[in-house]
Design a protein. Structure first.
Length: 402
């Protein structure tokens, strides 16, 4: 008999600008995790000797983020010495993949209490600094037709007929929704980052730009046009000859922001929850992964979501809220078309990564917490969380309030 996997808690740090001038630049990845681990214990009166594993996503797992930070962080946070840990990398899907792995462990009966989530300090460990064959080996690049994700996003926009006005309009909506959520105090799972003396370093999402207008967005230059014209447009067009050129519509204003941040989710069985006096907030209904064509790369959310819905015996109309990561504006816009959603009424209702930023390895776990908070605020039942990921992958998770 399958054991249900429940979410007992979900917390995150604020997102800090991923630059040396960002508020979290002087705070290391392990310190960000320590803040959350300390908060998780305090919020739940958690006996850490009962935690059977820590699973953390990280997309650039080198330098201070490497060396299996999922084992070192709980030790540094004074958790029980018996708590093991594993670091995982599924590109942008890493944080949600970690949560799904925790849920699978519980559902299989091979674990009763697991902490999952992710970390990315993008101001301190630069994106892409870990290299990899798909970025450095010309033979591999040619064979798999690798292009940077911005080119993939512009290719999607071109194929879908999405204009600069379309993607800028979506970006503005993201900023407006994030500003309203901040003003109304909707981000209840957010834990302020403090220094050793208890002084608050950051208690809000620093990247958001609430004064954004269509005029300011329209003044930005296409971010990927030059690299496309130099090499990558031609590579993409060899795969997609049905278009004769790529319209470069994505800019810094309608693409996800580079930020620092971490997130943790406490997942376990009902029996373990009763033993530790933990109250379930939601159950994980289903989880799905897909691979997609790697040049266009960013189209995984819809097929992953369809797979998760099929596994759950549900339809998209059964879902109350959706978090689709805003890697680039074209991604959720295509997702909505593929899923038959006429509007963004229930998609990213508190803004997304365009406004708030995308701390790669942590984002999936952050989105799950955001969805759960909003389900509780609205007294709704079900949410779908989905992300695209590098190399042409998609991930989706469905949760249901208890």
């Amino acid at each position: 008999m399958t054991t249900e996997a429940y979410i007992f808690d979900a917390i995150r740090t604020p997102r800090g600008r991923g630059k040396e001038t960002g508020a979290l630049h002087m705070t290391s990845a392990i310190d960000l995790l320590t803040e959350l681990m300390t908060a998780l214990v305090g919020r739940n009166d958690l006996d850490t000797s009962q935690v059977e594993d820590v699973i953390l996503g990280c997309v650039t797992p080198i330098a201070e983020q490497g060396g299996n930070i999922a084992r070192i962080a709980p030790l540094y946070a004074d958790w029980h010495v018996d708590v093991p840990g594993i670091q995982v990398n599924r590109f942008c899907a890493s944080g949600l993949s970690a949560v799904n792995d925790a849920a699978m462990r519980v559902r299989a009966g091979w674990g009763d209490l697991v902490v999952a989530g992710g970390i990315e300090s993008m101001s301190r460990v630069k994106m892409g600094s870990d290299g990899g064959a798909w970025m450095t080996d010309k033979t591999v690049i040619e064979k798999v037709a690798f292009v940077p994700q911005g080119i993939s996003a512009d290719l999607i926009a071109t194929l879908e007929g999405l204009t600069r006005a379309d993607v800028d309009g979506f970006a503005l909506l993201s900023q407006q929704r994030a500003a309203e959520a901040e003003a109304c105090g909707y981000f209840t799972s957010r834990i302020a980052v403090q220094d050793a003396d208890g002084t608050i370093i950051l208690d809000r999402d620093e990247y958001a730009r609430p004064d954004t207008t269509l005029e300011t967005l329209g003044a930005l230059r296409p971010a990927f046009q030059q690299m496309g014209e130099n090499l990558f447009d031609a590579m993409a067009l060899r795969k997609y000859p049905q278009v004769d050129h790529i319209e470069h519509v994505h800019t810094a204003g309608n693409s996800s922001g580079i930020v620092d941040g971490a997130a943790l989710v406490l997942v376990g069985s009902a029996e373990k929850g009763r033993q530790l006096n933990l109250t379930p907030r939601a159950r994980i209904v289903s989880a799905a992964l897909v691979g997609t064509e790697p040049t266009i790369m960013l189209i995984g959310p819809a097929p992953a979501s369809q797979k998760a819905l099929q596994m759950a015996g549900m339809k998209i109309d059964d879902i109350d809220l959706i978090e689709c990561n805003e890697a680039f504006a074209a991604v959720p816009l295509r997702f909505m078309r593929e899923m038959g959603l006429d509007s963004a009424e229930k998609v990213n209702v508190n803004g997304g990564a365009i406004a708030l930023g995308h701390p790669l390895g942590a984002t999936g776990a952050m989105l799950l917490g955001t969805a759960l908070d909003e389900l509780e605020r609205r007294d709704k039942e079900t949410a779908l969380i989905t992300l695209c990921a590098g190399g042409g992958m998609g991930i989706a998770t469905i949760i249901e309030r208890v």
